[in-house]
Design a protein around this ligand. Structure first.
Ligand code: COA
Length: 386
């Protein structure tokens, strides 16, 4: 009798990981987050990019895979400029928003509405996605600034062609040119926020893109995910917390009380970084530079006192959202705009991921571990209402 061929054993069921911690959910060539506190965009250290490049160069790098030469950069900036203006009906929508609506909700609605104005909407080819990415990067910037003005009873600011992306945001927000140091600080913040691997909003964007929904749908999903205080919303909450902390001289006791109440301290902790967030050092140095310039030297020591207390009491380190909060504050930005600015920076990263996802697409569809009641019959008394 001939031996039966051995049956291959069924593949081991992947282990369940709450919050998908440690799960590799896809491949990407865009960004590398090193748990030991390093961050590379397309192989370049984010600190070098923040020091030597502009946001436009970084956005181009994320989208195209390499840094632009002078001609490519000039063309990219021209394209951004050409797409900054919002369609009139979108400005009309901003006027319809209820008083007190959160700028992130308005931004999300605005991006969703912009979809209908893009002639390439349903074309998910690489080339079309890149064209739409440029429009989105330009218009999310305009939308974040213009929404704030309109909701505060002001008219949209007139466009000033030729400005950098950072300068354009500030011009559209304030209706006048910003000082050079504010523009440079904004540029650094946009660069540091531009990309961060499979974070929650990027993953939401990739899941949406994987259904072959369009790039506007995917960015809208990303914006929805970014709003939450465990993600992008943390930079707004961190400022409120720092203002509250300013009323007490004892950061250690303040932290202890909050931890005892099982409250989260915003701007601390991270799923990947366990020894500190790679972006914090650059932000801390920037805050040290800006503080004396604007007569607000209190924020860096306040953050440092919090950092010491959190490390001692919980073994946790600051993330980018802690220092982003006082930085935006010192730049004269309203706290409710902290997360929309994060979104403006991250739009380049989201678009790069959506394009990458659709270039090599497979539907993202994990499964759940069912823990509900077992199969059961309907009770006899239940019948269709007549
Ligand atoms: N303040 C207080 N405790 C925190 C904390 C924080 N900011 N971040 C994590 N912890 C604690 C948790 O309470 C938990 O403690 P326990 O084991 O004693 O219950 C432990 O650390 C693990 O936290 P967990 O929330 O499970 O980690 P995570 O990897 O799921 O979450 C964050 C990561 C970022 C969501 C989390 O650190 C957090 O909520 N931070 C505050 C919000 C924030 O700054 N978000 C921006 C991220 S860039």
């Amino acid at each position: 009798m001939s031996a039966q061929p051995a049956q291959p054993s069924p593949p081991a069921a992947p282990a369940y990981s709450p919050g998908l911690e440690g799960v590799i959910a896809g491949e990407s060539a865009i960004c590398q987050v090193n748990p030991e506190a390093g961050l590379l965009y397309r192989g370049y250290d984010v600190h070098d990019l923040a020091k030597h490049c502009t946001y436009e160069q970084v956005a181009y790098l994320l989208l195209m895979g390499g840094l632009p030469d002078a001609t490519e950069l000039a063309r990219f900036r021209k394209e951004l400029d050409a797409h900054r203006k919002l369609p009139e009906p979108v400005i009309g929508m901003l006027r319809l928003q209820p008083r007190g609506a959160h700028p992130m909700d308005v931004l999300r609605t605005g991006v969703s509405m912009l979809a209908g104005f893009d002639q390439d909407l349903s074309d998910n080819s690489h080339a079309a996605n890149l064209r739409k990415s440029v429009r989105l990067i330009a218009r999310v910037n305009t939308l974040a600034a213009t929404a704030w003005r309109v909701m505060n009873g002001q008219e949209p600011a007139p466009q000033q062609p030729g400005l950098s992306h950072a300068a354009d945001f500030l011009q559209q927000l304030n209706g006048k040119p910003a000082e050079d140091w504010v523009v440079r600080a904004m540029d650094v913040m946009l660069i540091l926020y531009a990309e961060h691997d499979f974070n929650a909003s990027t993953f939401a964007a990739r899941v949406t893109a994987s259904t072959l929904a369009d790039i506007y749908a995917a960015v809208t999903a990303a914006l929805a995910a970014l709003k939450g205080p465990l993600h992008g919303g943390a930079n707004e909450e961190a400022m409120k917390m720092l203002e509250e902390l300013a009323k007490t001289p004892d950061a250690d006791a303040w932290v202890a009380q909050r931890l005892a109440r099982k409250e989260k301290i915003m701007g601390f902790g991270h799923r990947i970084y366990k020894k500190g967030d790679s972006r914090v050092a650059t932000m801390r140095n920037l805050a040290k530079e800006i503080g004396p310039r604007v007569g607000q030297t209190q924020w860096v020591p306040a953050c440092e006192a919090l950092e010491a207390a959190m490390e001692k009491q919980k073994g946790l380190f600051a993330n980018a959202d802690l220092y982003a909060a006082p930085l935006f504050h010192m730049m004269g930005i309203a706290t409710e705009l902290n997360t929309p600015i994060f979104a403006a920076g991250r739009t380049a990263g989201w678009c790069a991921h959506i394009t990458e996802q659709q270039d090599h697409n497979r539907l993202i569809r994990p499964k759940s571990l069912y823990n509900g009641v077992a199969s059961r019959p309907l009770p006899p008394a239940v019948g269709r209402a007549r």
